[in-house]
Ligand binder design. Structure first.
Ligand code: CA
Length: 226
């Protein structure tokens, strides 16, 4: 169930949006001022943030900028008042992913939210760390920890895992993985890929037989989610 943080101070809109999003299968949490919204967005995991521009206390644009400064990458859909053209531009420059002008059709809002959920946020090129499930990866030290315990991964496994993370959500063929992780001039068979993936699953998945992160896409290859 995708989690939505709704930061909005108009009680009628909070109620309407909460009801409709809940009916569509979303878990909705709301905050009615900027500081509370910021605090929740920083301390909990959400799939998308719906952020009103004008809020009591800290306004939505400030919340947006602060979230990005704190490296919170959750997709943000700004809700702005009609005619706030400047605000729209500013909103996107501050790191919002999309905006919607009030009043908006509910179907339009749902479509935008779905689009944001489908979009895989890019891992910043200079990302120093990445976390999924119990696993924490430090790219600079080339270290992988699971539940705090250092996991022994080979350089090739680390490269494979990094490639998966950088392309999470995409189906990757064995040929692509061979070319990108082993190199075009390497001559291992695609079976080599399967073997390395089996090793990674053994090390990182709770149940390697039922992987939750490195999925087999039959006939096509593999897909990472996390
Ligand atoms: Ca408002």
């Amino acid at each position: 169930m995708p989690r939505v943080l709704l930061v909005e101070d108009e009680p009628g809109l909070v109620m309407t949006l909460t009801d409709r999003l809940a009916a569509e299968g979303y878990d909705v949490v709301s905050a009615t001022d900027g500081d509370t919204g910021l605090q929740r967005a920083c301390s909990e995991v959400f799939d998308v943030v719906l952020l009103d521009g004008m809020l009591p206390g800290r306004d939505g644009f400030d919340v947006c900028r602060t979230l990005r400064q704190r490296n919170v990458v959750t997709p943000i859909l700004m809700l702005t008042a009609r005619g706030q053209v400047v605000d729209r531009v500013v909103g996107l420059k501050l790191g919002a992913d999309d905006y919607l002008v009030k009043p908006f059709e509910m179907t339009e809002l749902l479509a935008r939210v779905e689009a944001l959920l489908r979009r895989v946020p890019p891992v910043p090129a200079q990302a120093e760390a990445y976390q999924f499930g119990d696993v924490h990866i430090d790219f600079r030290k080339a270290e992988v920890r699971r539940l705090g315990q250092l996991i022994d991964v080979s350089a090739r496994e680390f490269k494979l895992l990094k490639y998966f993370i950088e392309h999470r959500g995409a189906t990757l063929s064995r040929d692509e993985l061979l070319n990108q992780v082993w190199g075009y001039h390497a001559m291992p068979s695609t079976r080599t890929v399967d073997v390395h993936i089996a090793w990674l699953r053994q090390k990182l998945e709770l149940n390697p037989r039922r992987p939750e992160h490195i999925h087999t896409i039959h006939g096509l290859g593999y897909k990472f989610s996390g």
